[in-house]
Design a protein around this ligand. Sequence first.
Ligand code: TNX
Length: 487
Amino acid sequence: MPDALAVIPRPALLERTGEAPFVVTRATTVVVDERPDLIGLAVLVADVLGRVGGIPVEVRYSEAGATDIVRLRLVETLPPGDEVYRVLTRSGRIDVEARTLAGLVRALVTLRQLIVVAPSGELRVPAVRIEDAPRYAWRGLSVDVARHFVPMDDLKVVIGLMAHYKLNVLHLHLTDDQGWRLDLPSRPLLTRLSSATSVGGDPGGSYSAADFADLVGFAAARGMRVVPEIDVPGHVNAATHAYGELNPSGEPTDTYTGIEVGFSRLHADLPATHAFLADVFADVAAMTPGEYVHIGGDEVLTMAPDEYATLVGAASAAVRAAGKKVVGWQEIAHTPLEPGTVVQYWDAREDPAPFAAAARAGALFLMSPAPKAYLDMKYDASTELGLEWAGHIELRDAYDWDPATLIEGVAEDSVIGVEAAIWTETLRDLPALAQMLLPRLAAIAEVAWSAPEQRDWEDFRTRVAAHAPFWDRIALPWHASPQVDWP
Ligand code: TNX
């Protein structure tokens, strides 16, 4: 029986050539041109290949004298697109081509997923030809590090998982009522006074500027951008606890460790509010090499529409003044938006008409429909962790939907991409996150990457089964969905 080609997300073209497989041996050498960024990637490739087999894999800058070669090359002869890549594997040689480093990273994870451990223990890569490119440019995961803090090392494991499924945007929900997780030079009290808490009295934490830079670099090495979210004008109790001047009374609010939403707010008529927004977004933008900063904007249940619009406008202006583009949760579509603003759709219960109008006015849509993409929802009634306000999400629910036809009146060319979200009210540690992400993250990744004609549930459920050994290998728990015949 031939080895299964269990690549997720499914590539645009993947075919066997009928030749003999590539075998990873002690002679295997990764060859790249001598450029700092390529060397870094080559080391990553060598590390990944070597770790699977427990053998050292070398990196060289020349093919001379090498035999089992993995050749990584940047070329300009591919179809356009940063993440386009091509792979050809056969006995003795693997050729990987892309236009950019990000493209080479996508090829690397495809290679990793193709490795089969033979009964003899030998590591084989079947002989195949692959030509691949993503459907959407924005394929993300939003991680709520505010309700429960996610320490650096755990977040890096999550980034690794995301990269394994070709996701390219890490969206960090850095602030909420329960905690402020990013140290900002202009407002030191935010983390000093408001980072020790998490939901339910669990320990908190925060990222220093150096931590954040480390995360940005770790993500960048995997072809991934970081989009930081500072949630305003609601979900702000951590801020109003640290800075009493943000409240009409001038007094700080109490810390909050419950899981209600919608009660906290900024005030448009306080001068301190505007100074706060300007400072905070300037700091965050300065720490962010990526194009986008997320202003939140969700679930402000205690504010008149005009005050909400004023505050969304002020936050957006601060982001733009710092040279970044604005992302916000779907509620911001009820305010005037600059063309190019990204609206993150989540609440499928809302009337679609205002979204269609926003799209016509030039807004772009990032699709995170809660009943499909909120990976903090329970799988079924027996799931221990998670919430269920948007329903239960089994693997097939996360897989079977099309971003292009999701919102009536929002056309395909207004859709910038797809993002899963994981809120952490009930998720206290890495195993809890993994249990909710796996296997559903793989399903969302395929929704975001693979063309509609490549997608097929029966085919996906077969491929995803082959990923369980990988999750076991990295010692992460996962949900054994009854919809899949696991090995
Ligand atoms: C809704 S989605 C929220 C979050 C909660 C989440 C729980 C969104 C923009 N807001 O504040 O954590 O539901 O599933």
